[in-house]
Design a protein around this ligand. Sequence first.
Ligand code: EPU
Length: 421
Amino acid sequence: MDKIIVHGGRPLSGFVKISGSKNSALPILAATLLTREQCIIHSVPDLSDIHYMLQILSHLGAQVERASGTVTIQADTVQTTAPYEIVRKMRASVCVLGPLLGRHKEARVSLPGGCVIGDRPIDLHLKGFRALNAACRVEAGDVKVFADELRGSTMNLEGRQGPTVLGTDNVLMAATLAEGTTVIEGAAAEPEVVDLANFLIKMGAKIEGAGTRRITIEGVKELHGAEHAVIPDRIEAGTFLVAAALAGTEVTLRRVNAEHLNAVLNALADAGCKLSIQKDTITIRGGGTARPLQLITEPYPGFPTDMQAQMCALLSRANGESLVTETVFPQRFMHVSELKRMGAEIALDGATARITGVAQLSGAPVMASDLRASAALVLAGLVAEGMTEVNRVYHIDRGYEMIDEKLAGLGAEIERVKQSA
Ligand code: EPU
């Protein structure tokens, strides 16, 4: 298992190019199953999660070709069962259910288990499929969905923790080929859902309201091939903004959509960073001591849960006490104990972290536990005194394209140590 070694204290400056969005690319790649025609997807990041999704598509029978950031997929004929060996590696595999159900009126996919960030049920996905007239059953650890005919209807997909991103994606994809009109109330409004909807529209789907809490889909008989470029990854961008807030003199992010980052940019401005936004670039001046913040994670356009861990790293060195409350995944605080090993003062009270800023963090061997927690540890390492060794970095490789090389390009002293398993 590789590890990343960071020597703290090097100032960051210069330019970094943001990759295509992981969480957009995953459902968009799955959506190519909706047509037998060829689809071409650009700006697909080179990540292990994307690799798993392409493996699943190949297993289902699609022809997949990849040349740098462009993936060409033709799912001329597909089968409808995705087995545990492939699916278990990534929870987002569940988003092949919707397109398979839409196209073949049946799908069988191994049920995703919980993961370190929480329970992660799919009841809302199934609620949506049932509203489209499908039957859903769990058999031998697989979820099986099937219908004689998919029929559009009105449903509400809002759960106790708010809307569901992949649940909205799944039902949206199935509904494109359902008979009649589907209305998803309580839909997720994340930019990744909008990106998927835009791709589906290019494929011939009739969709209105993506990006709002109410999406209307008029079913069509079939979809055709399309070409699409995935939006920039707002969470990767946010992570580099926090890196610069911690250690940056002046850092410019290229190929970024600032509109998708409003909540993060507002938080960083409140913390004292100087930001300048141009067409598709953001320049940030950081490096000073951050002001403390009170943050609450919320569905888009609120502050994203996927940036919570990184902000905890920033606020660990703030000038006072911060409160960070997680409402989307209330147990998503695995980074806290590791940050504390680096000298952070954080007390957890339910889903709220009370962070008392310290003047200096100290490097330590730490363990990555999930994607964003791992990123937070690398960020903390950039400003910690001495050496931080982040173990189990395969978590980071699931969602950050060349994070070590990109940070090194900005001046960080960071290296990856390859280790065989
Ligand atoms: N939920 C339910 N029932 C469901 C589905 C979700 O109760 O059927 C709950 C979840 O337990 C959670 C909340 O609803 O409390 C929101 O979960 P959501 O379904 O929106 O999460 P997701 O779609 O599985 C995506 C991202 C996550 C991101 C969340 C929230 C992908 C591949 N994953 O997950 O990304 O945190 O939305 O924005 O798009 C990451 O990139 O690190 C990551 C975890």
